[in-house]
Write a protein that binds this ligand. Structure first.
Ligand code: NAD
Length: 420
């Protein structure tokens, strides 16, 4: 029930009532070209693919604070009261269920008022499964999807308990201290056959035990860390510079934000999770091993600073030192005054609809075709993640074409087949 989750639910409810457009949602607004360019077939994705409709959705969630979605949205301060009032009744009806939570993993959240008190992680996982069953029955929904919009947990490398499912289940029963709350949720969801997409940078489903569980239960997973704000910009600009073979010496990214996410990230351990997921992006796009002269020696620094007056209106600065012909230096400065949750909400919608589609299409395990939405896309072992936003979009659309038995658009072949 944080800023992202409530902005997402409010936006869908508002769109459903015709108050607003779901701007930023590829599933709702993007067209997809089919066949040759002279065929003039360019439907909306949502008309091409049998996705669940906005009017079919029900919302639920867990939170260690008992505020309903209306109160939480007002506190988050992302949307103006005038946007919230028209859907106030629907938002008030979204009451969070009590959370699996531990201050060991998320600091800076105080006075929580609804936390499950099972004596083991396994007890808590079972309680989550009961919640899922109850939600399914009460709302009379056919299918469920989880998108993790909870706080960023402290960073820790995977340990023994994460390496296979048997050890993980033993760890749930033994209350192993390396198991995080988000992993207890992921376990419960996957056991219940509910696809799980991770919007935070934690290693929630990004551990071997969860991959094993996802395959065993035949459930799709995806992650991690919604690609919004500064990283979205980075994955637009870096491929452009690389496509022109312009060199980069340094990339300094810093931002100030004042929402609860910023407060949590003020804790160095939670920031470490974010830093790891943000830093990898340039490495994979620029391929310094292939282009050592252009990208082999980049000083890449990422900073996040909690600054309460900014609220959810983040300001992100990028200072990029580039070089061109004969090594002449140039600079690019970006000052992005963005609204994090406004950029994240459509991602939650698209992930919910596409993960549901993936499940119906019988896809299991990591959904790499949804890399488009993540800062640190989960990928199969032995290959590198695809971070270039434009390749990611092509991959997403080609997967949709493939699912529907249409020709892929490969950029190869005749002029008729390129994306144009
Ligand atoms: N907004 C963005 O652009 C963006 C981008 C990438 C990733 N994210 C990630 O998405 C997540 C949500 O961001 P936000 O701005 O909504 O943050 P937020 O602080 O407003 O919301 C997080 C919510 O999670 C709750 N929470 C914490 N631990 C929980 C637990 N164990 N179980 C259930 N609920 C729990 C908190 O009480 C809070 O209500 C964060 O992890 C953030 O890093 C956000």
């Amino acid at each position: 029930m944080g800023a992202v989750a409530t902005t997402f639910a409010a936006g869908v409810l508002a769109a459903r009532k015709g108050y607003a457009q779901p701007t930023g949602s590829v599933s709702q607004l993007s067209h997809i070209r089919l066949g040759k360019r002279d065929e003039d077939r360019n439907p909306l994705i949502k008309d091409f693919i049998p996705l669940a409709g906005l009017e079919d959705l029900e919302f639920g969630g867990w939170d260690p604070y008992s505020d309903d979605a209306y109160a939480a949205a007002m506190k988050a301060g992302v949307l103006d009261a005038r946007h919230i009032e028209g859907i106030g009744e629907e938002l008030r009806a979204i009451q969070p269920m009590s959370a699996v939570f531990s201050p060991r993993w998320v600091k800076n959240l105080e006075d929580t008022d609804q936390v499950k008190d099972g004596s083991t992680h396994m007890d808590n996982a079972e309680s989550l499964m009961e919640d899922i069953d109850r939600f399914r029955a009460e709302k009379q929904v056919d299918r469920l999807v989880t998108v993790w919009c909870g706080s960023t947990e402290a960073y820790e490398d995977p340990s023994e308990v994460h390496l296979d499912l048997a050890s993980f289940e033993q760890g749930l029963k033994n209350n192993d201290s390396a198991i995080t709350p988000s992993q207890v949720y992921a376990y419960a969801c996957l056991k219940m056959g509910v696809p799980f997409a991770n919007g935070a940078p934690n290693l929630t489903v990004d551990i071997p035990a969860m991959l094993e569980l996802a395959e065993q239960e035949g459930v799709p997973i995806a992650g991690k860390d919604f690609k919004t704000g500064q990283t979205l910009m980075k994955t637009m600009i870096a491929p452009g510079l690389k496509s022109r073979m312009l060199g980069i010496n340094g990339w300094f990214s810093t931002n100030i934000l004042g929402n609860r996410d910023g407060e949590v990230l003020d804790d160095p351990e939670s920031f470490r999770s974010k830093e790891v997921s943000k830093l990898g992006v340039l490495e994979h796009i620029l391929q310094p091993d292939v282009y050592p002269d252009l990208y082999g020696d980049i000083y890449h620094k990422v900073r996040i600073n909690y600054y309460p007056p900014k609220g959810d209106d983040k300001e992100g600065w990028d200072h990029i030192d580039i070089f061109g012909w004969l090594g002449y230096p140039m600079q690019i400065k970006v000052d992005f005054l963005c609204k994090d949750s406004i950029l994240a909400a459509p991602i939650v919608l698209d992930l919910a609809l596409f993960m549901d589609l993936a499940a119906r299409a019988g896809k299991t395990g990591i959904q790499e075709w949804l890399s488009f939405y993540f800062k640190s896309p989960q990928h199969a072992e032995g290959i590198y993640p695809e971070n270039d936003l434009f390749i990611q979009l092509t991959k997403l659309k080609n997967n949709l074409r493939h699912m529907m038995g249409e020709d892929l658009i490969t950029h190869l072949g005749t002029e008729y087949y390129d994306e144009g």
